[in-house]
Design a protein around this ligand. Structure first.
Ligand SMILES: [Zn+2]
Ligand SMILES: [Zn+2]
Length: 135
């Protein structure tokens, strides 16, 4: 099992994670595009208990289209998006894959919310794609 490490751009918030990554997804929803400033967000979901965070990220909450509460965690100094939580998936933490140092060992397995993807975003052949969130 690989230990995951990562940090924000300025280094004020860092983390170490050790555990399974049952889901790794590219999310093309509007909230992910807005909160990351990127064409889509790549998220690695882990048990919150498997992630040890140093420093205190700022948080912002918003409602999802499914009526759940989403909590975004980001560095208050440099603004790097780091984690996301969904009230419907208690105990799970989504890690923004772009901040992870061991990124060459992981690849997304699915595209979600392709209904709101940017037209210019090309989806990888062979990866399952869902208009919304499956299940
Ligand atoms: Zn920072
Ligand atoms: Zn999203």
């Amino acid at each position: 099992m690989t230990k995951l490490t990562g940090n924000c751009l300025c280094g004020e918030v860092s983390f170490e994670a050790d555990g399974d990554v049952p889901v790794m997804a590219n999310c093309h929803c509007t909230a992910c595009r807005q909160s990351t400033g990127s064409a889509y967000a790549t998220l690695m979901f882990m048990k919150q208990d498997d992630v040890n965070i140093s420093g205190t990220p700022k948080t912002f909450q918003h409602g999802s289209d499914a009526g759940t509460t989403m909590t975004k965690h980001f560095c208050g100094t440099c603004g790097t998006p780091l984690f996301t939580q969904n009230s419907a998936r208690e105990g799970m933490l989504g890690l923004r894959a772009g901040v992870i140092n061991e990124h060459e060992e992981y690849a997304p397995k699915v595209n979600v919310y392709t209904s709101s993807k940017m037209k210019a975003t090309v989806l990888e052949d062979g990866l399952p794609a869902f208009e919304k969130m499956p299940g």
